[in-house]
Design a protein around this ligand. Structure first.
Ligand code: HEM
Length: 480
């Protein structure tokens, strides 16, 4: 146990005054809960306490202190047990996001193996194919001069991209509109979110039609994924060379699970295929939506991004991993978007042993809430912190960003549980953006009330109601 004499206790920290029994629960609005936590961090400082019901929560908005917590996993801290409990109750097979301890360690090895750079190279043509489908869909909209429901289209893109990779099947919601398994998957995360934040677990006593529909969806997903695993096993048996060069995440995970001593079987493969789908769709689609919105509101940055893409990657049909690597300004736009609009702005953890955070004693089982957008928009680390200035991320910026500032934004988390899908997400986002900028001029990106997009916390932090109109560009690089 760490020495705690002379340390502050959580109850001594500043924080919002609450009510008996409910604490601060009624002072947070679900749709903007991240903004409530951020506002309190500005008011009470980067280390404060609040209460959800009777549970005392230590809130950490200082990125260095929170990074130390994130790095002290899996032994010092775990994800909030509530998420795991709800996921298990719903009947989701365990995957990387809900696993802990040794289970997590084994599964992490398997998932990381499926993201090995050599494998991603094999997956690349399927990403390009999906990007070209999005291009075709947007060409149609541009020709008809109809407005595009931006988030819906970007979700179709990320669904097709990740589902294609994960199942090894050509899922095509961009052209056919709907996919059966996806329709069931779409129910899962909103249900987990609703139950995690619900004060009364009504579903334990009375199942409403939505709860019964969820049970049915989970049963269909589990059965379908087990069937996909069986088919993949047959494929691998029929063509042993595939074990060397798996063509999708599912095959790669089976190969990794089949290693001696992996301790993993088909249930863990199913759990993690599902995890990839759930963790990789909303996050990537909404980051893209934010980026398009921010670029549209910052014409200078948009112009630079257009110029870079049109000089280096003018034709989506010839996109390659090497070309994508050259788009450094686009990279900077992605980093700047995630600094200002991290789609996972809060992270809930629990201490697994008595420990300390800075000068505060933290007893075992304390609930911790990490606020990811406090230091990333602080003047201590960034000049003009609320402005969208991608060039600040470039090595040849007039005032190159220091290492501490770079770490102040951590949209993918940190430490051993840092997002394993980050390179894939970055690649997907670059492909979609490079396609958009090479082939179209953006005529408008508008919100329902014409102002800056509101942030709404659902499963991820989303912009509310963006629609976009595009104009096709001719191949000589001039707008038509
Ligand atoms: C812009 C897109 C994305 C963002 C912002 C994002 C963000 C995050 C964050 C903040 C975490 C928690 C990290 C931590 O605990 O330190 C995480 C974990 C995770 N992400 Fe992502 N993610 C994105 C895309 C993806 C994609 C495309 C995939 C998979 C294909 C994915 C799979 C996962 C998984 C499996 C975990 C759990 C890792 C573990 O607990 O060991 N993510 N992500």
């Amino acid at each position: 146990m760490p020495a705690t004499s002379g340390m502050r206790q959580i109850k001594d920290l500043p924080g919002p005054r609450g009510l008996p029994l409910v604490g601060n629960a009624f002072q947070v609005k679900l749709a903007s809960v991240h903004q409530d936590f951020e506002r309190w961090a500005r008011e009470f400082g980067p280390l404060y306490q609040m209460k959800m019901g009777r549970t005392q929560v230590l809130v950490i908005a200082d990125h260095e202190l929170f990074t130390a917590v994130l790095r002290d996993r899996p032994n010092g801290f775990r994800r909030s047990p509530r998420i795991t409990e709800i996921a298990m109750e719903i009947g989701l097979p365990q995957g990387l996001t809900s696993a802990e301890g040794e289970d997590w360690q084994r599964q992490r090895r398997m998932v990381m193996a499926s993201f090995a750079p050599g494998h991603v190279r094999v997956y690349f043509p399927s990403l390009r194919k999906v990007t070209l489908r999005l291009q075709a869909r947007w060409e149609k909209a541009a020709r008809a001069h109809t407005s595009i429901d931006l988030q819906a289209d970007l979700m179709r893109f990320t669904v097709d991209a990740i589902a294609g990779l994960a199942f090894g099947k050509d899922i095509n919601t961009l052209e056919s509109g709907e996919d059966v398994i996806q329709r069931h998957l779409d129910k899962v995360l909103p249900a987990v979110f609703r139950r995690v934040v619900s004060l009364v677990p009504h579903w334990r006593y009375v199942k409403l039609p939505a709860d019964r529909a969820l049970d049915q969806s989970i049963a269909v997903i589990n059965a379908t994924l087990l069937d996909f695993v069986a088919q993949a096993r047959q494929r691998l048996q029929g063509d042993p060379a595939l074990r060397e060069k798996p063509g999708n995440l599912l095959d790669a995970m089976i190969v990794a699970a089949d290693q001696p001593d992996s301790g993993l079987g088909d249930r863990q493969v199913v759990g993690n295929v599902m995890t990839m789908l759930l963790a990789g769709e909303d996050t990537t689609a909404n980051t893209l939506a934010w980026m398009i919105h921010l670029l549209q509101r910052n014409p200078q940055a948009l112009l630079k991004a257009h110029q870079e893409v049109r000089a280096l990657a003018p034709d989506p049909a010839s996109f390659s991993m090497e070309l994508m690597e050259q788009l450094v300004f686009l990279d900077a736009c992605i980093s700047e978007t995630m600094r200002l609009k991290p789609v996972a702005p809060l992270m809930a953890l629990q201490a697994l042993r008595d420990t300390t955070v800075g000068d505060v004693a933290v007893p075992k089982e304390t609930l911790i809430m990490g606020v990811l957008r406090h230091d990333s928009v602080s003047e201590r680390h960034f000049q003009n912190p609320y402005a969208f200035e991608p060039q600040r991320w470039l090595p040849d910026a007039p005032q190159p960003m220091g290492a501490v500032a770079k770490r102040a934004a951590m949209p993918f988390g940190s430490g051993p549980r840092m997002c394993p899908g980050r390179y894939l997400a970055l690649l997907e986002m670059k492909m979609a953006m490079a396609m958009l900028l090479s082939s179209f001029d953006i005529e408008e990106v508008v919100t329902p009330n014409g102002s800056e997009a509101q942030e709404r916390m659902a499963v991820t932090m989303n912009p509310v109601g963006l629609s976009m109109r595009l104009r096709e560009r001719s191949s000589n690089g001039k707008g038509r």
